[in-house]
Design a protein around this ligand. Structure first.
Ligand SMILES: O[C@H]1[C@H](O)[C@@H](O)[C@H](O)[C@@H](O)[C@H]1O
Ligand SMILES: [Fe+2]
Length: 308
């Protein structure tokens, strides 16, 4: 485990990475949108204004709960958990590690911190690599915020992509979203602490809402909650300002979105949106933060309503 604030035990019985996934031989060619790109990852000094969303209301595929929720890898279907048993933050063998990661995240993710990270990584000068090189880097990463996944994230990337391919064989761009969605976690291999990379996201600059995991037990040392500008329900935002204008806690979603935008990934707008907000469980699954949503955000959210 590299560069982590809270060290992880070695993964237990890692499943065979990739071998059972029947990838196409020409995997990068068959999904040419991203696989062959020499992608520049961000680490630099230039400050980029907060990005604007590029989604249209014609969006056909709703952004949903993290695809990984549905397609958690499990080599043995007999032992596969049903959906309801994922994301248990009250009990389980990994609970201490998960709690420790969120405690740090909910203490140190502040408006100032997030603004600094946008500046630090807004220069896109960290490294040039292909998408598949980034996937390979994730061989070294076990996500310490995840109560369900205790093996390298590279495996999780392929499994998610293959699961989406099975469910949506006609949407090649969506398969690629599965492969890409967590690649922002390479930040951990670049020396960032896990609490600044992984886990569910939440808006900074306003009061954390009820469905944020460990909401009651992890925010007490976050200075923003003592700051009158940031501690009301709306905090520093205008009602219905739109998620594109909200400063989310810094992590792999926003970073990967920025990288895709900078490198002009040839993917539909919904792919960008999905990746940017896939960890925003308090919104897409918890149903919170509606007061910050634009009509577009609500239109995307609406199809999820029944399921959340
Ligand atoms: O712990 C997990 C993990 O970090 C995922 O990559 C993220 O998308 C989820 O939101 C989170 O629950
Ligand atoms: Fe993720």
């Amino acid at each position: 485990m590299a560069n982590s604030d809270n060290s992880a035990p070695p993964p237990t019985s890692p499943p065979p990475v990739r071998s059972a996934l029947s990838l196409p031989q020409s995997r990068s060619r068959s999904h040419g949108h991203g696989g062959q790109l020499g992608t520049r990852l961000a680490r630099g000094t230039a400050c980029e204004p907060l990005p604007t969303a590029s989604c249209s209301l014609e969006m056909k595929v709703a952004v949903g709960p993290d695809p990984s929720l549905v397609y958690r890898p499990d080599m043995d279907p007999e032992k596969a958990k049903d959906k309801g048993s994922f994301r248990n933050y009250e009990a389980g063998p990994l609970l201490d590690r998960v709690f420790a990661t969120y405690k740090l995240m909910h203490t140190y993710q502040t408006v100032d911190f997030v603004r600094k990270k946008h500046i630090q990584f807004g220069g896109f000068s960290y490294k040039k690599m292909t998408v598949l090189e980034a996937v390979d880097m994730l061989d070294e990463l076990v996500d310490e915020s995840d109560p369900d996944v205790d093996f390298p994230n590279s495996y999780h990337a392929f499994q998610t992509a293959e699961g989406i391919r099975k469910a949506h064989p006609d949407k090649d761009w969506f398969h690629l979203v599965g492969l890409l969605h967590d690649l922002g976690k390479v930040l951990v291999l670049a020396g960032e602490p896990q609490w600044a990379v992984v886990g569910d996201t939440f808006p900074v600059g306003c009061q954390p809402q009820a469905s944020v995991v460990f909401r009651e037990s992890t925010f007490q040392d976050n200075p923003d909650l003592q700051d009158p500008r940031y501690s009301t329900e709306l905090g520093m935002y205008q009602p219905h300002c739109g998620l594109e204008n909200v400063l989310m806690s810094w992590g792999h979603d926003e970073y990967m979105y920025q990288v895709m935008k900078f490198n002009k990934f040839a993917l539909p707008p919904e792919a960008f949106y999905m990746i940017r907000f896939h960890s925003f469980y308090p919104w897409h699954t918890g149903g919170d933060y509606r007061q910050l949503c634009s009509e577009l955000d609500l239109a995307i959210y609406a199809p999820l309503g029944a399921g959340v």
